[in-house]
Design a protein around this ligand. Structure first.
Ligand code: SIN
Length: 317
């Protein structure tokens, strides 16, 4: 299996493994970021940060479900200065890329955060989160094409001037017209990658015995992850790969629990794969397990590297 290579390259950064954490999963505290550094994850991605530190929504705000999870975390994080400051320390300990996820609560907050983080050389790229569904009163920017364009206009001026690679975390789309409209906007900007997808927002899970919702915030509505979202995630990876794949990299996220799930994302067009629910449920040991499973499946198929099959999904005549 040593013949099988699952390295990847994202936004010009070399990853020893194409598997890493999704923003939100096991990446809030210093300890969690160090756990990722010590694990087999190919990259460390921070929790989406806001201007001020946040405690997040009231608990219980995460629940494991039979085929995945529901959450309404509400962006608990230590504030952007923390994720900027820790960059140097992470680089001293680990030789893997460090990306920071940004989710300012307003247009101005995003610009302030990005202006600061773009100047920190130990941060290899930024992932702008356009898709958090869990802040009461704040819509998901990625569903508002006008707002997205306005934000990208301003953000890209900064990241271009500072030469900091920028990616976008997108919500799931469900209509071909929306994929095309979003792709048309994105390709006008110097975006290096898009991550497809964030959780399917505002889902509702019900405990019939208790006749009750399973999380406290927003009357029980929350983002759904895990196997419930895998077909939607694959569809988003595939569609954006078809629309943007020559110029902008796609990172797959959604329903990756096994090496074969990761294989499917890569087959659909993903250049790397993020893991959320499985990481929360199993801990950072999941990266070594999923890596072994992916290598085993690739070896069985006769593939030596991920570029041998990336995007080569067959369709029926
Ligand atoms: C949260 O903190 O509510 C989750 C973040 C996200 O879904 O973007």
């Amino acid at each position: 299996m040593d013949m099988v290579d699952i390295s990847a390259s994202i936004a010009g950064q070399k990853l020893q493994s194409c598997l890493f954490n999704a923003a939100g999963a096991h990446c809030v505290t210093r300890g969690e970021l160090f756990d990722l550094g010590k694990s087999r994850a190919g990259l460390i991605l921070s929790k989406s940060c806001t201007l001020e530190p946040r405690k997040g929504n009231p608990e219980p705000r995460y629940k494991d479900l039979p085929y995945g999870s529901i959450n309404s975390m509400g962006l608990p994080n230590q504030g952007y200065l923390f994720y900027g400051k820790i960059a140097k320390e992470l680089k001293q300990h680990f030789s893997k890329p460090y990306f920071v996820s940004v989710s300012g609560l307003s247009f101005e907050d995003n610009l302030t955060i990005i202006e600061h983080l773009s100047q920190i050389k130990e941060i290899d790229a930024l992932e702008l989160n356009l898709s958090c569904p869990n802040i009461p009163g704040k819509p998901q920017v990625g569903y508002d094409f006008e707002q997205t364009e306005k934000l990208l206009d301003a953000v890209c001026k900064i990241t271009e001037m500072r030469k900091k690679p920028l990616g976008l975390k997108l919500p799931p789309y469900f209509d071909f017209v929306h994929f095309e409209q979003m792709a048309e906007i994105i390709q006008r900007y110097p975006v290096k990658f898009v991550t497809c997808v964030n959780s399917i927002g505002n889902a509702l899970f019900i405990d019939p015995e208790e006749e009750q919702v399973v999380i406290k915030p927003k009357g029980g509505f929350g983002g759904i992850g895990g196997y419930y979202v895998k077909p939607t995630a694959l569809a988003n990876v595939r569609k954006f790969y078809e629309l943007l794949g020559n110029r902008i990299q796609i990172i797959g996220c959604g329903g990756v629990k096994t090496g074969i799930d990761a294989f499917e994302h890569i087959l659909a067009g993903a250049s790397a794969v993020q893991i959320a629910t499985a990481l929360v449920q199993e801990g950072p040991g999941c990266f070594a397990r999923i890596e072994e499973e992916l290598k085993e499946f690739m070896e069985r198929k006769g593939y030596e590297k991920i570029e041998d099959f990336r995007g080569r999904l067959k369709v029926m005549d």
